[in-house]
Design a protein around this ligand. Sequence first.
Ligand SMILES: Cc1cc2nc3c(=O)[nH]c(=O)nc-3n(C[C@H](O)[C@H](O)[C@H](O)COP(=O)(O)O)c2cc1C
Ligand code: SF4
Length: 552
Amino acid sequence: MSKNISNLSGRIGLKKNLFEKISKRSLNSKDSSGIKEIANEYNMGVSTIHGAESFYEFLRPAHREKKAFVCNGSACMCAGTQEPLKKKLQEKLGDNKVGEMFCLGHCYENHAFHYEGENYAGKDINKIDKIIAGESIKQDKFFSKSFASTSFLMDDKFSNLEQFKELLKKFINTDKKEIITSLLDSNLTGRGGAGFPTGMKWDFCRKAESEKKYVICNADEGDSGAFSDRYLLEDQPLKVLFGMIICGYVIGGDEGVLYIRGEYPKSIEAINGSINSLKESGLLGKDILGTKFSFDLNICIGQGAYICGEETALIASIEGRRAEVDVRPPFPVTEGLYKKPTVVNNVESLAAATGILINGADKFSAIGNKKSAGTKLVCLDSFFNNPGVYEVEMGTPMKKVLNEIGGGFKEPVKALQVGGPLGGVIPIEEVEKLNLDFQEFTAAGFMLGHASIVSIPKDFPMVEYIHHLFEFSAEESCGKCFPGRLGSYRGKEMFDQVKNKTAKIPLKLLNELLVTMQKGCLCALCGAIPTPIINILKYFGDEMKNDMVKDN
Ligand SMILES: Cc1cc2nc3c(=O)[nH]c(=O)nc-3n(C[C@H](O)[C@H](O)[C@H](O)COP(=O)(O)O)c2cc1C
Ligand code: SF4
């Protein structure tokens, strides 16, 4: 069934993308008018279109009735800015006009909210009257700096189209296998979480037989604490787009798509602007720079579903299906978008591929080790004296990242959640023993993931943090698998009661639930949410001992 929908959607393709059609219809209409027309155009049933539309938070009537949305990500929660912000917005807009959005990527300043298609944060709320009046206000930007001996991600080698053109001319006239060899030699592994070698992924896709292939840039960065993909999309868009074009050239594809989350309006604007400039300069389109290579880029805007960061759900979303996770294999490199071979790469992986081609694979592989090579963007939240996004060499001691680069903390912090809501919760003393290294983090029972850091202050109750994690997975689970769908809800219900003091934590039952989710879930959303919870029970059990019952 889902294969049929992929194929039907693929017949029309990216230029008149089904997901975009569904989103536009839903956002511009208060009833079901137009659904039948879309279904007819794509040769599908009305229920298929309605099923897809009803999956997304932003397309639901209850969401569309709201005017402003307070960020309910982990960093704003720990900073305690959500409630006062909500109150101020409700005073201006009405009690039932303020909703929530999961992580707007302003973790370095908090107080984040979304209003009429724009994000605001930090001190912006003080200018709420101007914002409501439609005046544009001056906003603070994140601080960014490279601490690497060679910068692969933050340098300014791609600040204009002339540089872009020169390098594009060079690489689309280079042997494809040579480019793959460079990526393999660099030891670049995917920065989106799974850590698969990027060169190997491109090579698998290159070898797949098909008249049509796609490149997808996964710009659905939903992890709380992470704003590094946002930095690259807004400040280094040409690096990301160059990585996509060269990937297209290497695999033999002629079309790419960036799936950018709707919570990042400035990123969408920046990428759109860069794509238009490249088209105007003849650096995208047919027979680029007099060669036989043609490539075009499209943008797909997410509609508020964290699971769309998972690659199979992302593909389902673009195709206009419900964004549920698919079983792998087949992997996207052999059967991806519209069932055609597809490379799905994270924003940072694509920008790093560009950096490697410019600076040389040997310089990248010389940093860190074979499995954790090169440089990585690290995001530090507002609890640090120097919040911002930094390019750091793999293998750098975390002590240095926290205390020298981050400048230490503004107030006492007891733990860090590293790598988003599915990453480990690590006591400060334990983080300081580690280096910035994917394998070291995993071996210690944590996860480096996208290297975002959320600080948990000393007085923040861990019971509330566990509640937040279960609430997140209950809200965001795609519902495809039974342990994930039900397990997340049972966990949330358990901690609803603990939080409002109507019950204690049934430790035995909780442990059984966590093991079931770890072993039985189809993907890492509900399957990895037990990791931070198990960390908290291990390291902060003492703090919660009065909330626990051991034998049920
Ligand atoms: C629940 C879940 C959420 C994910 N979110 C993202 C994301 O926001 N961005 C991303 O690049 N990868 C995300 N991934 C990983 C992707 O599935 C995929 O591995 C990645 O995009 C591949 O790119 P890479 O090889 O360049 O890392 C997520 C995975 C899971 C299980
Ligand atoms: S683990 Fe959760 S998000 Fe993943 S497939 Fe199962 S229900 Fe969906």
